[in-house]
Design a protein around this ligand. Structure first.
Ligand SMILES: CCC(=O)SCCNC(=O)CCNC(=O)[C@H](O)C(C)(C)COP(=O)(O)OP(=O)(O)OC[C@H]1O[C@@H](n2cnc3c(N)ncnc32)[C@H](O)[C@@H]1OP(=O)(O)O
Length: 635
């Protein structure tokens, strides 16, 4: 391997602090760092200690000051409503300032937590930037989560305010957000002082003024008329910019904390070097602001680097058809597209011969990036054939915030190995260890870990839970961050990510906790015990499948129980859980110490080779599971 990638990686390895200092110098700081990296600070050290900055300033004001004010910063394209609108950097700055003024006038300031529960509309992005502007810490909650999940997050981060909208739009249905928000606020132990609600034309929501509801658009209008100016609040580089919750092994999600300084340095570097886009070009991450892809590559990365970003309110198929991505690429001259493999599997299913691709002029597109789940070689090859541009699988996590491994378009593409997201990016020293923590030879399967310290932009801790961060990510392999992904690094240094080492499954690019689903299934009065595993699915990669053991005295029709359990998970976790497959079993297979053999069940369900676990209590139960799965068409 040679060329600019190797040169850059080696330059980072030779002197990580000098490497990141050079990148930091391209951004604005109100006060320079005393130390580029301080190993004594935080859980594993902190980047740019002593520095002061503001992320919103670097996303907006800096560009306006540099003459980029008239360039499009944000394009909103909604096949759900037919709306298309673009905002220049200058206009985004005005919108963000007005929301920042509203927040400030309601007493929200530096360090306060603000939950953002919004669909894919420009105000969602403006709200995130408004929080950054005043130094408040935002926590975006994906719209597909139900009230209970929202309440958990309000409580965990002790939210002072919530910014929401009256509704979201899913194909064929309006999703009323306000009843979910009201229910969450009623459930939460911590009551936010204010809920700012944007009324959408599709559905107006009754506001509960007595609970602190504020009509967001009206409040913004007042600030706009008054021309209220809100300067960017200087924050420490190490102050939190946001908390983003991600599934843990239990129902209690983990609040990934991202700082201001390291985050902006890392993301700004990635836009040109990994994604190969220059300032002024259009970058489109077809995801949702509720996920880390949305944070990093709909909002912060592109804006920090002076790119135009797209807020897309639609789906890859059905809004109105499998050509919608190509229509957006053509209409807005997208240079690089980032999405999840699931989206492409859906497009391929509906348009196998690429008839829709040929309908549009997508000659401006230079590359497609895939992440969020394993990109199967078939999907990659289909996309390469249809789009005739490099299709780049890359691997990262909510925790890291930016790619651990990629084929860096900006540094010069390396040869593709199908099934591999290519090579570690500068900042990441990737190793593979056995369960005892010893490095394994190249090409051997093991635990993928990253040598500490993590680079700028990665999580610094979990919100209010340093100990949980240490115990779940840093303790098992001292000196390393545990990715909880298993895989190999081959002779050429290419990483192959094969499976999770915990109970997290990946369904349609969404990380879901089967443990959390089990907790909900167990709430049903007829369920004695249960197990939820992820089983292979052609479209979504994996889907959750519940195995229920009913209480002895239950004589009810199982289909009714099935419906109720499915609804319970939908109500408690949300539609995003995609929990629709439930089977009745007499017993669950366990080890003699009582551990459910989920891994073996999953192998049977997916028709993979499996071995009888030596510690199994009653081997006959696996035959029963096999029969039930076969009856449902699996295994
Ligand atoms: C690299 C680091 C990371 O991994 S970050 C995570 C990256 N992941 C992603 O970007 C996600 C990629 N996936 C997607 O964008 C979607 O799954 C795509 C492919 C577009 C398909 O969407 P869809 O057809 O809705 O299926 P789904 O499985 O996502 O949805 C399941 C049910 O949930 C619903 N849902 C979805 N979003 C919302 C929302 N914002 N508000 C309310 N409900 C939502 C869907 O309508 C669907 O409901 P139903 O079960 O069909 O009734």
């Amino acid at each position: 391997m040679q060329g600019k990638y190797l040169e850059t990686y080696q330059s980072w390895m030779g002197n990580p602090e000098a490497f990141w200092k050079t990148q930091a110098d391209r951004l604005d700081w109100f006060k320079p760092a005393e130390k580029v990296f301080d190993p004594e600070a935080g859980v594993y050290g902190r980047w740019f200690t002593g520095a002061e900055t503001n992320t919103c300033h670097n996303c907006l004001d800096r560009h306006v000051a540099a003459g980029r004010g008239e360039q499009k910063a944000v394009i909103y394209d909604s096949p759900m409503t037919g709306a298309k609108k673009s905002y220049t950097f200058y206009e985004v700055l005005a919108e963000v300032t007005a929301i920042a003024a509203v927040l400030k006038n309601h007493g929200i300031g530096k360090g306060d937590r603000v939950i953002i529960y919004m669909p894919m509309i420009p105000e969602a992005v403006f709200s995130m930037l408004a929080c950054a502007r005043i130094g408040a810490v935002h926590s975006v909650v994906f719209g597909g989560f139900a009230a209970h999940e929202l309440a958990t997050r309000i409580d965990d981060c002790n939210a002072k305010a919530v910014i929401s909208a009256s509704c979201g739009l899913e194909p064929g249905r309006i999703v009323p957000y306000k009843p979910l928000l009201d229910h969450a606020v009623d459930m939460a132990k911590v009551k936010p002082e204010y809920c700012f609600v944007l009324q959408r034309d599709e559905l107006h929501a009754p506001l509960r003024y007595e609970h602190g509801d504020v009509d967001l658009a009206q409040a913004v209008e007042v600030e706009r008329v008054n021309g209220t100016a809100v300067a960017c609040e200087p924050v420490a580089a190490t102050d939190p910019l946001y908390v983003l919750y991600t599934s843990g092994t239990t129902g209690q999600p983990k609040g990934v904390v991202r700082d201001n300084g390291g985050h902006m340095v890392a993301l700004a570097w990635t836009m040109e070097n990994i994604y190969g886009v220059k300032p002024g070009e259009v970058f489109w991450a077809a995801s949702d602001i509720g996920w880390v892809v949305g944070h990093s590559y709909i909002v912060y990365g592109p804006l920090l680097a002076g790119n135009t970003t797209i807020i897309f309110e639609g789906k890859p198929v059905g809004t109105p058809d499998a050509g919608t991505f190509w229509r957006v690429v053509a209409d807005h001259d997208v240079k690089a597209l980032f999405t999840a493999p699931t989206a492409f599997r859906a497009i391929r299913r509906d348009d196998p011969d690429g008839d829709f691709v040929r309908k549009y002029d997508i000659s401006g597109l230079r590359a497609l990036f895939l992440a969020g789940e394993r990109a199967d070689p078939e999907t990659i090859k289909w996309a390469e054939k249809m789009l005739k541009v490099p299709v780049i699988d890359h691997w990262w996590q909510t925790e890291t915030g930016w790619p651990i491994a990629a084929n860096p378009a900006g540094l010069g593409l390396l040869p593709v190995k199908y099934g591999s997201p290519a090579v570690p990016m500068p900042g990441y020293a990737v190793d593979v260890l056995d369960d005892a923590g010893h490095p394994v030879p190249r090409g051997t399967l093991g635990n993928i870990v990253v040598k500490l310290p993590l680079p700028p932009g990665c999580l610094v801790t979990f919100w209010n839970a340093d100990e949980r961060f240490r115990s779940s990510c840093l303790e098992e392999f001292p000196g390393y961050y545990k990715t909880a992904d298993a895989g190999i690094v081959d002779e050429d240094g290419y990483v192959f990510v094969m499976a999770r080492t915990d109970d997290i499954i990946n369904c349609a690019g969404h990380r879901l906790s089967t443990g959390a689903m089990e907790e909900v299934c167990a709430m049903h009065p007829d369920v004695a015990e249960c197990a939820v595993i992820g089983i292979a699915d052609e479209l979504k990669g994996q889907i959750p499948c519940g195995f229920l053991v009913l209480k002895h005295n239950v004589n009810r029709d199982f289909s009714a129980i099935q419906r109720e359990v499915v609804q319970l998970v939908r109500d408690e976790i949300g539609p995003v859980a995609a929990f629709k497959t439930v089977m009745k079993v007499e017993r669950l297979p366990k080890t003699r110490s009582g551990k459910i053999l989920r891994g073996t069940m999953q192998k049977i369900a997916d028709g993979m080779p499996w071995k009888m676990p030596a510690t199994i209590d009653d081997p006959a139960i696996l035959d029963e599971i096999t029969d039930v799965l076969k009856k449902h068409g699996h295994g």
